[in-house]
Design a protein around this ligand. Structure first.
Ligand code: OGA
Ligand code: MN
Length: 282
């Protein structure tokens, strides 16, 4: 397989062409893809045509499969696939609409072992808006002014699934909540394989920074949240049908843009974990 890699964002995010995920990529192909993806933090694979089984098989070859706690949005017959959509059937929402609604977040940071990667596959995409935006948390960390860099060092943040707006609209059952207690995460995270550090912040799930008053914590966190969203750190993905977009939750945050409710957006979502011994953020 000969792939072509084209950078599409400011110093990160790569479009990768020359690979058809439905035609049984070899182990070497998967290894190459994993390396390009890790280096670039976000990988975009256009023009894919995948059955649910193909999508699950590919995700499984990248790492241990993730299954989302919100089982009401699982794809029928395939709990490994979650539906991300604004569509309704008989008044029932078919999917979550991006678990963080419109704010910056990193996926499942409210669990002790957050999923490493999230993958979205575009089935129906709106003509206007609905982009997925990514901010490079490594670049954001490296560019921090000295005072902020000193302030974030060694700090830990409490995150909660209940802080998400979706938790208010679609509350978790008592059993689901029991499986997702609040956790703390380091504010600066080392990549599990690469020699790089990133800010590890998820404004949508934030509760407080440990060891600070709520007011001081909110002030610092707000500064960081504003910092990461600067245009120079952001790639905005304008969806085309058949796009697979795969991101590294250790190194980017993401958020969806609004789009007209009269337009259809239907994405399939999978994810994979780190190996267990590397999966607690440090
Ligand atoms: C998600 C998510 C964003 C989008 O699925 O975790 O944040 O653009 N999706 O749908
Ligand atoms: Mn998300």
């Amino acid at each position: 397989m000969t792939i072509t890699v084209r950078e599409v964002g400011p110093g990160f995010a790569a479009e990768i062409t020359g690979i058809d995920l439905s035609s049984a990529p070899t182990d070497a192909d998967i290894e190459q893809l994993r390396n390009v993806w890790m280096e670039n933090k976000v990988a975009i694979l256009p023009n894919q045509s995948l059955s649910d089984e193909d999508l699950i098989d590919f995700t499984k070859r990248m790492g241990p499969l993730f299954v989302h706690v919100r089982s009401m949005f699982h794809s029928p017959n395939h709990p490994e696939i979650m539906i991300v959509s604004n569509l309704k059937e008989d008044g029932r929402a078919l999917g979550a609409l991006g678990d963080g609604d419109l704010g910056w977040h990193t996926d499942q940071c409210y669990t002790a072992k957050p999923c490493w990667a999230t993958l979205l596959y575009g089935i129906e995409v709106p003509a206007d808006g609905g982009n997925t935006n990514f901010a490079d948390l490594c670049a954001a960390y490296e560019a921090l002014p000295d005072d902020l860099r000193a302030e974030v060092e060694g700090k830990r943040v409490v995150y909660s699934v209940l802080a998400e707006t979706v938790s208010k609209k679609s509350p978790l059952s008592a059993e689901q909540r029991a499986r997702t207690p609040d956790v703390t995460q380091p504010l600066v995270r080392k990549h599990p394989y690469l020699d790089r550090k990133a800010l590890y912040v998820s404004p949508n799930h934030y509760v407080r920074i440990e060891g600070m008053s709520q007011a001081d914590s909110d002030r610092l966190f707000r500064r960081l949240a504003d910092w990461i969203g600067q245009e120079k750190f952001v790639y905005s993905h304008d969806w085309r049908v058949g796009d697979i977009v795969l991101w590294d939750n250790t190194s980017v945050v993401h958020r969806r843009d609004a789009f007209p409710s009269t337009q259809r957006r239907f994405l399939k979502r999978t994810g994979f974990h780190l190996p267990d011994e590397l999966s607690v953020p440090v």
